[in-house]
Structure formats: structure tokens, C-alpha cells
Write a protein that binds this ligand. Structure first.
Ligand code: PMP
Length: 410
């Protein structure tokens, strides 16, 4: 695979040129939270607002037709990008969190009851953990967690043990936003299916960074967010197998999601519109398509290789430093493009604050995985996460800033 031309890529991101008061240039290593948005995506959204902004689906006039085609075809583009059969299987949501909630409310509240079990993993993001926990409380279904091993991997023997004929839903993260672990999600899906359970895979940290084929994974549901993949905020996607989405009730009610409405009754529109009530994220859908075009123009395999290399380099540099604890698996194909760590006797927030003095943007906190942090025995961790525009020199700046922190707190 040909290495990325990072210099050329960076030209599409004016924000990366930003310098702060002390003359330091931004080193943006908070990509697992949100990636930066390249010019082609900003331009596509700007063109939409300047040239063909209108409401969709119902318009007879020219602008509405253009906006409708762009919006509807965005579903086809997303379907193609992740290997779904077609637009029927792609529902636009606000983000990954809303996709989890859509399935939890629409499927979970209707289908689950006492005696049923929901199986999550100990490394779930709150987006799925809190959501299914609450659905468990409301329906009487029991929630269980697949153990995370000391190396930061899923204990697949434990998964085979706790996924049983009582299991109705298995919801698991594809790539952990805290440990960086790439989970064997198709194996998990197979175990779920062996017991007639459904499987929901949270792809928020996978779709932006590696080729994803939902058909190969065979997940029943799969979700991701636009803002973590060079796209805009405000849009995410839920993939669902057509026959399952077909059988589900709507999640939100209102305009656009209906076919026929009387004072007594309503019937639902066809997929995916049944799940998209009200005026949708039209500009954001246009932006998401531009982001997909942009990422595919670079190549998902090359993006994956670039991130793996940066993660390996960061892991090795950090590992060579005294007093650093790194979380998650060793570098390699089982680790995504992020490294979570702590520096002995320095709170992650203080570390991030010293990094900020050097214009190095990292995240510190519980990364929406509080129970996992409890298990790790820490309240917070620092996380550096990489994307297509990051370089090894930027990793070096991160390490220099850590040396600074060590001296300040020594
Ligand atoms: N799942 C994972 C693994 C994530 O990393 C995130 C974002 N931190 C989410 C879900 C939630 O994404 P969003 O905030 O876009 O809904």
C-alpha cells in the first residue's frame, strides 16, 4: 500500500494551520472525539446552501427536487460504502447514540421482557451501555457484560458462556474508543445468531478508519457518526437488515414518515423514511456523501495502514517513557488508531492541560466508558487519537509535552 501524502492531505484542512498565542501550531490528536472537516466537505455543504437549499420529499418545485435527489441518494452512497444492500437499510440519525436509542426504543421496548437477556461488553461506550441498561430496567430484561481481559481484549470464552438461548440482543463496540481494541465482531455476531439473538455493532470508531463491510460482519444493526469521519456533526447512520427494520415500529412520529393519515389511524412510509420523521439533516447528508467520496478517494485500506503505523509509533514512544501506563492491546491489527494512557501521579486532566499549553489537543476523562475505567482502577485516562493528517512529528510533540509534565509535577 502506498503511504498517504500527508502534506497534500493537510492542505485541505485550513484549521490545521492554526497557531495559538504562544506561536505553537495546532497538533490535533482528538480525532476519536471528532475529526476535522476538509474543504471538499465544507464546500459541498456550502454549495447546498448557496445553490439548492429546499425541503425534501414533498416538493414539486425545482430546488426541492434537487435537494430530494441529493438527500435520498445519500442513503445509496452510505449503503454502498459499508456494503449494505440499498437505501432501505440506511436510516439517517443524529449520531451513533441516536441509532442505539432508535433500536432500543423501537425494537427493545417492544420485544424484551423478564427472562430475556441483553449482552453488552465491559468496553461499551455509554451510548450503548446506558441505553440498554435503561431498556433492561424498563422491560425487566437482564443485562450481562462480556469480560475484558487484562490485555484489553474481549474474553471470547466468556462471551460464549453468557450468550445463551435467553439472549435476545448482543450489542458490542467494533473498535473501543478507550482501549483501541479491534473486536472480533463477526465472531460475536455468529455466537449471537447461534442463539437466535440479534447483534448490534457500534462502528463509531471503525467506519472512519478502516474498510467496513456490514454484510461480511452479518450484523443485524450497525451504527456510526459523520463527525468522526471527516463529515459534519448532526448526522449519523443506522444500518439495519431490511426485514428487521420492516418489522419494527417507528421510533419518532410526524411528517414524512407516514403514508396515509386519518383522524383515527396512520400508516407508515416505506423504508428508510419510516424512521426519518420531520425535516431531516439535508445539508449534513450532502456533507456526509462528500466525506465518503473524500475518504474513498484516499482509500480506506491506506487510511487504516496509516493509523496503525501512527498508533504503533505512539505506543512505542510512550512505552519507552518512564511512568506511563498504556491501556489496551499491543500495536498491530488488533489496535485501532488511538492510544489511551496515564502518567504516574499526574491526573489526566492536568496532563491534557499541559499538552494544551503546547497546542497539542488530546482528550482526558472517562471517554464515556466509566465502568471500564472503574475496572482499570482509574477515574480518567489521557487519549491521543490519530487521523489521516497526523504525522510522527506530531507524536514526538506529544511525547515532548509529556516530558514537560513530568518535570512540572516531579
Ligand atoms: N460509540 C463509540 C465507540 C464512540 O467512540 C462514540 C463517540 N465518542 C460514540 C459511540 C457516540 O458517538 P456520538 O457522540 O456521535 O453519538
Amino acid at each position: 500500500l502506498e503511504a498517504l501524502d500527508v502534506g497534500a492531505i493537510r492542505e485541505a484542512y485550513p484549521i490545521l494551520q492554526r497557531e495559538f498565542d504562544n506561536g505553537e501550531q495546532l497538533v490535533y490528536l482528538d480525532n476519536a472525539a471528532t475529526t476535522q472537516t476538509p474543504d471538499p466537505v465544507v464546500d459541498a455543504m456550502s454549495d447546498y446552501y448557496r445553490e439548492y437549499n429546499a425541503n425534501v420529499h414533498r416538493g414539486i418545485h425545482h430546488l426541492s427536487q434537487e435537494a430530494s435527489i441529493a438527500y435520498e441518494e445519500a442513503h445509496d452512497r452510505v449503503a454502498e460504502f459499508i456494503g449494505a444492500d440499498g437505501r432501505e437499510e440506511i436510516v439517517f440519525t443524529k449520531n451513533t447514540t441516536e441509532a442505539e436509542n432508535l433500536v432500543a426504543y423501537s425494537w427493545g421496548l417492544n420485544e424484551l421482557g423478564p427472562g430475556d437477556e441483553i449482552v453488552l461488553t465491559e468496553m461499551e461506550h455509554h451510548a450503548s451501555l446506558v441505553t440498554w441498561q435503561q431498556i433492561g430496567k424498563r422491560t425487566g430484561a437482564n443485562v450481562k457484560y462480556v469480560r475484558v481481559t487484562d490485555e484489553g481484549r474481549l474474553d471470547m470464552d466468556h462471551a460464549s458462556e453468557i450468550i445463551t438461548d435467553d439472549t435476545a440482543m448482543v450489542s458490542a463496540v467494533h473498535v473501543s474508543n478507550t482501549l483501541g481494541t479491534v473486536n472480533p465482531v463477526s465472531d460475536l455476531v455468529d455466537i449471537a445468531h447461534d442463539h437466535d439473538a440479534l447483534a448490534f455493532i457500534d462502528g463509531a470508531q471503525a467506519v472512519p478508519n478502516r474498510p467496513v463491510d456490514v454484510a461480511a460482519i452479518d450484523a443485524d444493526f450497525y451504527a456510526f457518526s459523520g463527525h468522526k469521519m471527516a463529515g459534519p456533526t448532526g448526522i449519523g447512520a443506522l444500518y439495519g437488515k431490511e426485514e428487521i427494520l420492516e418489522a419494527m415500529d417507528p421510533y419518532l412520529y410526524g411528517g414524512d414518515m407516514i403514508t396515509k393519515v386519518t383522524f383515527e389511524e396512520s400508516t407508515w412510509n416505506e423504508l428508510p423514511w419510516k424512521f426519518e420523521a420531520g425535516t431531516p439533516q439535508i445539508a449534513e447528508a450532502v456533507g456526509l456523501v462528500a466525506a465518503i467520496d473524500y475518504l474513498e478517494g484516499i482509500g480506506m485500506e491506506r487510511i487504516e495502514a496509516h493509523e496503525e503505523e501512527l498508533a504503533r509509533y505512539a505506543y512505542e514512544q510512550l512505552d519507552a517513557e518512564p511512568g506511563i501506563e498504556i491501556y489496551g492491546p499491543e500495536p498491530g491489527p488488533e489496535r485501532g488508531g488511538l492510544v489511551g494512557f496515564n502518567l504516574e501521579s499526574v491526573h489526566a486532566h492536568d496532563l491534557a492541560s499541559i499538552m494544551n499549553d503546547h497546542a497539542v489537543a488530546i482528550r482526558a476523562g472517562d471517554h464515556c466508558t466509566q465502568p471500564l475505567h472503574d475496572k482499570l482502577g482509574v477515574a480518567a485516562s489521557a487519549r491521543a487519537s490519530f487521523y489521516i493528517y497526523n504525522t510522527k512529528e506530531e507524536v514526538d510533540k506529544l511525547v515532548d509535552a509529556i516530558d514537560d509534565a513530568r518535570q512540572l509535577f516531579a
